[in-house]
Ligand binder design. Structure first.
Ligand SMILES: Cc1cc2nc3c(=O)[nH]c(=O)nc-3n(C[C@H](O)[C@H](O)[C@H](O)COP(=O)(O)OP(=O)(O)OC[C@H]3O[C@@H](n4cnc5c(N)ncnc54)[C@H](O)[C@@H]3O)c2cc1C
Length: 426
């Protein structure tokens, strides 16, 4: 049984991405008790799936490592992974959260030695790589995953492979009898840091993501360029495994469009500008960016100017109408009208990357009644939500810099709530 101590002076943080980790760390380092609930088997959220960060083009692993170390060393933070808040009731200073914890089938004895992984044969789609590769039935989320513990895929339980994994473990770390459990936590303030998910590209029918293998999404492209990713850092065409060099990026794929996502995620322009730098580093690499307008906010204008000056990058002001596919080569052909000069184009590329928008991933049905949610599904910090706050991409589509600022602000708001509780009881 999971043993968690919580009182109405405890702050609950839902979601352990960069925002949730920031809120948890800021509050814990200010002396508050924090419970961080993360539904994946590891913390870090979607930045663990990025190759590099704009604007500095550094690796996210660096900041992640620092946050993980701070979390590990802070006794005020309890991290619950594979855990989800299924309901939240009550009011400011007095909430009850029901948390469902799924079995990992691996206990604290695990040293992440990997013997269980070597012992099993079954393979499953790797969610960390957006399904572009498989992982074994005994696996670690990714190479830097925290907690540093393996996971046994639930679908393997009851099979000979699961027994092989158990037999291979010298540390008695595999417990195939683990069960799902639910714990009720009493807490004073709650910060939702549930983040975002990529818009489902299958819905954008004219672009053929569901039909053309060489049409991929921006999040998949990040994984391809990661040397630890599914293609070892090479941009390989899903149709034939050949290296792609002529790469097109389609901006606002499904965004700012009443048929799909109405809002602008703001990040996609910068994400694409960053990804063109990945392509320019490749021998023979060249990028074509199809765009309505480029929203390189604030100081990112310089980044945009540098990319514009790169001869390997072409900008075409146009929202493509649709994509077809050349029969033999399987090259996607981008079709539309260039609004500068108004001529039609039908241009084949080796690979097309759809810059998909960011949708909020919060499940509104788990929130207490009356929490403000805007028309796009993000939680509004409008001062009417009692002791509930939204950090990072639970509140809007934000880059990491802004997500961290918002998460720090939420830590302060949550501290104020639990301090009021402490004051009224003292
Ligand atoms: C293609 C692309 C490239 C990008 N590149 C950059 C870049 O280079 N630089 C930059 O600054 N920004 C970049 N971003 C934006 C960046 O990814 C976000 O700013 C960042 O992920 C926000 O972190 P977050 O913690 O708010 O959300 P997330 O990273 O989504 O983390 C949310 C966490 O909450 C968990 N969660 C969700 N629901 C629940 C639940 N009910 N219970 C428990 N846990 C839950 C999730 O599993 C996840 O771990 C990029 C975005 C895209 C689309």
């Amino acid at each position: 049984m999971t043993d968690v101590v919580a009182t109405n002076e405890t702050i609950l943080v839902v979601g352990g991405g960069v925002s949730g980790m920031t809120t948890a760390l800021e509050a814990a380092e200010a002396g508050k008790q924090v419970i961080l609930v993360e539904k994946r088997p590891y913390v870090g959220g979607r930045v663990t799936q990025l190759y590099k960060y704009f604007p500095k083009l550094c690796f996210p692993t660096c900041g992640l490592e620092i946050n993980q170390r701070r979390t590990k060393m802070n006794r005020n933070i309890t991290v619950l992974t594979m855990a989800e808040v299924t309901s939240l009731t009550g009011g400011e200073g007095d909430y009850t959260a029901s948390v469902k914890i799924s079995p990992r089938y691996v206990n604290e004895n695990c040293t992440a030695c990997g013997a269980c992984e070597d012992a099993v044969e079954a393979e499953f789609d790797d969610e960390h790589n957006y399904g572009l590769s498989k992982h074994k039935g005994a696996y670690r989320g990714h190479r830097m995953a925290y907690p540093e513990r393996y996971i046994i895929e639930p679908a393997m339980i009851g099979t000979a492979d699961a027994d092989k994994a158990k037999a291979a473990c010298k540390y008695d770390a595999i417990d195939l009898d683990m069960q799902e459990e639910t714990v009720d936590l009493k807490v004073g303030a709650v910060v939702y840091a549930t983040g975002w998910r990529p818009y489902d590209a299958n819905k954008i029918q004219p672009y053929g993501y569901d039909r053309f293998p060489n049409v991929v999404t921006s999040v998949e492209f990040e994984r391809m360029k990661d040397p630890m990713g599914p293609t070892g850092g090479k941009v390989l065409r899903p149709s034939d495994g050949k290296e792609a060099s002529d790469i097109a990026f389609i901006q606002c794929a499904g965004s700012r469009d009443r048929n799909y996502l109405k809002h602008c995620s703001r990040i996609c322009c910068m994400a694409t500008l960053k990804q063109t730098t990945y392509v320019s580093e490749m021998e023979d690499g060249k990028s074509t960016v199809y765009y309505i307008d480029i929203r390189a906010i604030d100081r990112f204008e310089d980044f945009y100017k540098n990319v514009q000056a790169d001869e390997k990058v072409t900008f075409i002001k146009s929202k493509p109408a649709f994509i077809t596919e050349e029969a033999e080569s399987r090259n996607p052909v981008v079709q539309g009208v260039n609004t500068e000069g108004y001529h039609r184009y039908a241009t084949p590329h080796d690979l097309v990357v759809l810059a998909v928008g960011m949708e909020p991933s919060v499940d509104a049905s788990t929130l207490p009644e009356g929490i403000s949610i805007n028309e796009h599904g993000f939680i509004e910090n409008d001062g009417t939500n009692g002791g509930v706050f939204a950090a990072g991409c639970a509140s809007d589509a934000l880059d990491v810099n802004r997500a961290v600022q918002s998460a720090t602000a939420c830590a302060l708001k949550a501290i104020q709530v639990v301090n009021r509780v402490a004051g009224s009881e003292g």
